[in-house]
Design a protein around this ligand. Structure first.
Ligand code: NAD
Length: 359
């Protein structure tokens, strides 16, 4: 019985996680799997109840889980707290504690939502890419870091650093994932300038020797930023470091045009964590209008990567496509002619489509 820990978090988190659970219920019925769920606190909700954004009980539960589904954390109520006591500290803490060194963000355009993309229609048809971002190294964690002030002037330092083993493990993951897709990895770096990028390139090439069936291309990050808007169809898996991945994955996400549609997976440790890319949207929390599809699509990633249930993952993605093709929309993606539905109605539509195999 796969055990899933639910971390609804703050704002719209509880609303969207509830819809994802409905979808898992439908998947369970269709494929005769009994998922079990336990819910725990994280973020602002955890601060309010325990004083800590990542309570030890939550961490203990997550360590024993087969997968984790997170809503979102944060909100104005906790904005004045110091950095390490804010809801976001819970998020960074759980990634670190669970050794989640790889962040996966697929970007694919649903034909029914093509008009939401800022790109010309002829460019978006072929977008089907996966950004694999290293998540626990690079300039975000490198030492030394800090600030020194002398003679009235301050100097601030961050250190961009990678070890061979850090690059090797993320590269292997990217090549493995590419094998299940179109077998093309584009490794993105700044090796013309940065020493850490030169090591990155060396290690990626070395790992590539074990994957002769996967094509490796190399690209500088500035060029990649241009190519993503100029010819996004050329990419399959984009493998990159923490800082470059942070920026490129947001750029890739926006090609699809809708924040409420984007799932993510964080992998690497013994348990995977799945969450929508968007935040807790405090402006619409509790109004029943949040789009649950990013969280539902995160469930598809969970089925694929944590449970190796590719068919069930496809059933979820196909159901989402069918519901959108039939014209149903939450407020954020609704245009003239669309049929406006609530958060809960959208969850029901997807769950019922999975059960029936058709809308
Ligand atoms: P946000 O993603 O929460 O919201 C940006 C805009 O998109 C808002 O107008 C919101 O209403 C809308 N939106 C977001 N998700 C939506 C959905 N599913 N359906 C419909 N509309 C949606 O970003 P923000 O406003 O910058 O941040 C709000 C809070 O979320 C902050 O406290 C921030 O720190 C936090 N945050 C958390 C995460 C996370 O938990 N992973 C990520 C980003 C931001």
């Amino acid at each position: 019985m796969p055990k899933i820990v639910l971390l609804p978090g703050d704002g719209i988190g509880p609303d969207i996680v509830a819809e994802a659970v409905k979808v898992l219920g439908a998947v369970g019925e269709k494929y005769s799997i009994s998922f079990t769920f336990e819910t725990a606190l994280i973020g602002g909700a955890a601060i309010d109840q325990t004083g800590c954004p990542l309570p030890p009980e939550t961490l203990a539960l997550c360590r024993e889980a087969d997968a984790i589904l997170l809503g979102a954390v944060g909100g104005p109520a906790w904005d004045e707290l110091p950095g390490n006591q804010r809801p976001e500290a819970g998020l960074l803490g759980i990634r670190k504690e669970l050794g989640l060194y790889a962040n996966l963000r697929p970007a694919k355009v649903f034909p029914a939502l093509a008009a939401s993309s800022p790109l010309k229609p002829e460019l978006i048809g072929d977008i089907d890419l996966l950004v694999v971002r290293e998540l626990t190294g690079d300039v975000y964690f490198g030492q030394p870091r800090g600030r020194e002030c002398c003679n009235g002037e301050c100097r601030a330092i961050d250190t961009m650093a990678y070890t061979e083993s850090e690059v090797e493990r993320i590269s292997r993951l990217a090549f493995d994932l590419a094998r299940k897709r179109r077998s093309l990895v584009t490794s993105v770096d700044k090796a013309n300038v940065l020493e850490s990028s030169r090591l990155w390139r060396e290690v990626v090439r070395r790992v590539h020797a074990d994957y002769p069936d996967v094509e490796l291309r190399e690209m500088y990050v500035d060029n990649c930023a241009m190519q993503l808007v100029n010819n996004p169809g050329q990419f399959d898996v984009i493998l990159t470091s923490n800082l470059f991945g942070d920026i490129l994955s947001d750029e890739a996400a926006m090609l699809t045009g809708s924040l409420g549609m984007l799932p993510s997976a964080s992998l690497g440790g013994s348990v995977g964590l799945y969450e929508p890319v968007h935040g807790s949207a405090p402006d619409i929390a509790g109004k029943g209008i949040a789009n649950p599809l990013a969280t539902i699509l995160s469930v598809a990633l969970m089925l694929r990567y944590s449970f190796d249930l590719a068919e069930a993952a496809e059933a979820v993605e196909t159901a989402v496509t069918q519901v959108l093709d039939a014209g149903y929309r939450t407020k954020d993606i609704c245009r003239a002619g669309g049929e406006l539905v609530s958060t809960a109605e959208m969850g029901d539509l997807v769950a019922n489509t999975i059960r029936r195999g058709t809308i």
